[in-house]
Design a protein around this ligand. Structure first.
Ligand SMILES: N[C@@H](CCC(=O)N[C@@H](CS)C(=O)NCC(=O)O)C(=O)O
Length: 230
């Protein structure tokens, strides 16, 4: 098989990269990783050699280049996961795709106010109505998913799916920004995802990173709002 290579940003910050990486890791295919440090001259100098959009993640498979996290997950599912990263049932699949599409194109207030940072603990940000609405919407989607598919397994749609890859960064954000989750299926889902062995591998690698994005570290100590999105 042609070589598979995933180009990602710093694991501590790059939520879009985590989506693609988790899907690829769960597929079981072996792949090479290249990590480009976000917001550095090195990133600006090197990203163009891999990514036509100059963003990460990017998947290279032989002559193919896929440069968007959703497109990468779909490709991984088709090429390496035998379609297992979506449910076989069309209604469940459509539900999962709706979850993912909403995550991919929405939740702007959440993304803006709570950038992913694995090292963040106990951050507190000002809650405005748009942020509250995004948080409530995520919790409601997780509750509905877990109620519908609990019999099939511990992930959002029962078995691991692309929906979990897309919501993994949100679980991390909620953990770092002290978002209280209702006990039961929603809180249990967050615990399940954070203790998944692949997530723990990513977290350990994030902790070992030495690149710091200053704009995203300013509030770690103070617990204040931060500037960047992802
Ligand atoms: N829609 C893209 C967005 C990717 C994206 O914005 N990635 C960020 C890092 S998490 C990036 O590459 N930023 C670098 C830059 O904009 O210079 C996806 O889903 O992959």
């Amino acid at each position: 098989m042609s070589a598979v290579r995933l180009v990602i940003g710093n694991r501590n910050y790059s939520s879009w990269s985590l989506r693609a990486w988790l899907s690829l890791r769960k597929s079981g295919v072996s792949f090479e990783e290249i990590v480009l440090p976000l917001d550095t001259p090195e990133f600006a100098a090197r990203v163009g050699q891999y990514s036509p959009s100059r963003t990460v993640p990017v998947l290279q498979h032989g002559e193919h280049c896929i440069w968007d996290s959703l497109a990468i997950c779909e490709y991984v599912n088709e090429q390496f996961a035998g379609g297992e990263q979506w449910p076989g049932d069309p209604a469940a699949r459509a539900f999962g795709r709706s979850l993912v599409a909403e995550m991919h194109s929405g939740y702007g207030a959440l993304r803006g106010a709570m950038p992913m940072n694995f090292r963040a603990r106990g951050r507190v940000v000002a809650r405005n109505p748009a942020l509250e609405a995004d948080i409530a919407r995520v919790i409601e989607r997780w509750q509905t998913s877990r109620e519908r598919y609990a019999a099939d397994g511990p992930w959002l749609l029962g078995r691991f799916s692309i929906a979990d890859a897309f919501f993994a960064p949100v679980v991390v954000r909620f953990g770092g920004y002290t978002v209280e989750l209702p006990p039961g299926p929603v809180a249990d889902y967050a615990v399940h995802l954070r203790s998944d062995p692949d997530m723990l591998d990513w977290e350990a690698a994030a902790a070992a990173e030495t690149w710091i994005v200053q704009a995203d570290e300013a509030g770690v100590e103070a617990g204040t709002a931060l500037a960047s999105d992802d």
